[in-house]
Ligand binder design. Structure first.
Ligand SMILES: [Zn+2]
Length: 416
């Protein structure tokens, strides 16, 4: 599999596309009705324009009929009507193929899953949050992987975590970007010399400021590689050796529409076929080819004024990476969030959804904010309907209005 062979990559993409569209037309009542006899005419990615676009609202409303028959029988009872979005159900093969795509990306960066020792900074309950002693990690022997509790990558436990990393000597590191950044800061601030040098550190985000990248790279003495597949409705994006973000065309087709809107067709979704879905992510194509030689399209986020950080009253700057991580954590209940700071005392959290969040969920978000920013600030959670969102005015994960009076040049705002 050579990503520089554009013809082979295109052929592979076309074959997968034909298979998915035909599978959908055959096994999903929704697509059967929608495509009628058009499915067989779809031979290449360019032919996709013959098929209708699916909006997220339509996808949400008809998700039961979109699911293929086998999947509908198996999991008919697991639909949840939270403020967020229903989860597309996947077959085991879908999941295996997605995992294989991620493994392949890591392998291209020198990290071979299962064969090499992997340290994953993981945000889960495998170590109770209240635990203050003992070990803050767990081994999964058959995967050659040690999971470190992301919740314990902070004082006073962080030193113990770093000491254990030094004993474990992983060949590569991956996981939660904000926790990896915290570890890196600790290592750099305390001038700790690590006894190992990983092949790469993989961070699951498509945003990372240059200072954050430098912090991680100087702590671990290796390259950082970003990748993201934030949700079941997101494209698989990965960073190449030249530092550009590519869309992995072996995992789907990305069509670019106006204003950064994109239509996603995702191959490994046999359980709930995802074809020409207008997703919430905004991406723009980059027309010049990447020097890495890959045939996979280069993309970038639309340049919108986005602040790099919010200010904690007692803990200094909190970069957008932390907020992005928080957003990821709540993605199921609140698919899109925005953090606005107008004063040092308060942060306003906007939730985009069709219904207000339950009080419990709001409380959970507030608790997380307190963990990051401290208890000496106010956190207000408010909901707004997605259709009220105006891209030009209100996009961006965080908006810092603390320095509104300070004149900044467009370049500093990230506008071009
Ligand atoms: Zn590249």
């Amino acid at each position: 599999m050579d990503e520089r062979d554009s013809q082979a990559e295109q052929e592979f993409q076309d074959q997968e596309l034909q298979a998915l569209v035909q599978h959908a037309a055959l096994h999903s009542p929704f697509y059967r009705e929608l495509y009628r006899n058009k499915a067989s005419e779809i031979q290449t990615a360019a032919d996709l324009t013959q098929l209708p676009v699916i909006t997220e609202m339509l996808f949400e409303q008809r998700i039961q009929e979109i699911r293929t028959q086998a999947q509908r029988k198996k999991e008919a009872s697991t639909i949840h009507a939270a403020a967020g979005l229903s989860l597309p159900q996947l077959t085991n093969l879908d999941i295996q193929k997605q995992t294989a795509a991620i493994d392949h990306f890591r392998k291209q960066n020198g990290a071979i899953n299962l064969e090499m020792k992997r340290a994953t900074i993981y945000n889960g309950d495998f170590v109770p949050q209240t635990q203050t002693q003992g070990v803050f990690w767990r081994d999964i022997y058959y995967l050659n992987q040690r999971l470190y509790s992301a919740q314990h990558c902070r004082e006073p436990f962080i030193e113990q975590v770093v000491r254990n990393l030094n004993e474990f000597r992983p060949d590569f590191i991956d996981g939660l970007p904000s926790a990896i950044l915290t570890l890196s800061r600790f290592i750099n601030d305390h001038r700790i010399i690590l006894t190992f040098q990983p092949a790469a550190v993989f961070v699951e985000t498509d945003i990372l400021s240059e200072t954050e990248r430098l912090e991680i790279e100087s702590a671990f003495g290796c390259m950082v590689r970003r990748w993201s597949m934030a949700s079941d409705r997101s494209p698989f994006l990965y960073e190449c050796a030249s530092g550009n973000l590519h869309f992995n065309m072996r995992t789907g087709v990305l069509e670019f529409a106006e204003c950064g809107k994109v239509l996603l067709t995702r191959f490994h979704t046999r359980g709930t076929p995802l074809i020409r879905l207008e997703i919430r992510d905004r991406l723009l194509p980059v027309s010049c080819p990447c020097v890495c030689g890959s045939a996979h399209p280069v993309v970038r986020r639309p340049a919108v004024p986005e602040s790099e950080y919010l200010q904690s009253k007692s803990r200094g700057k909190v970069t957008s990476l932390y907020l992005a991580t928080l957003q990821e954590k709540f993605r199921e209940m609140a698919p899109a969030m925005q953090f606005v700071q107008n004063s040092l005392d308060e942060i306003l959290i906007w939730i985009d959804g069709n219904a207000p969040l339950p009080f419990d969920s709001e409380q959970q978000i507030r608790q997380e904010m307190i963990q990051v920013f401290g208890a000496d600030m106010r956190f207000t959670v408010r909901s707004r309907e997605v259709k009220q969102m105006d891209l030009a005015e209100s996009s961006g994960l965080i908006i810092n209005n603390l320095n509104l009076n300070k004149r900044i040049c467009p370049k500093e705002c990230g506008m071009e």
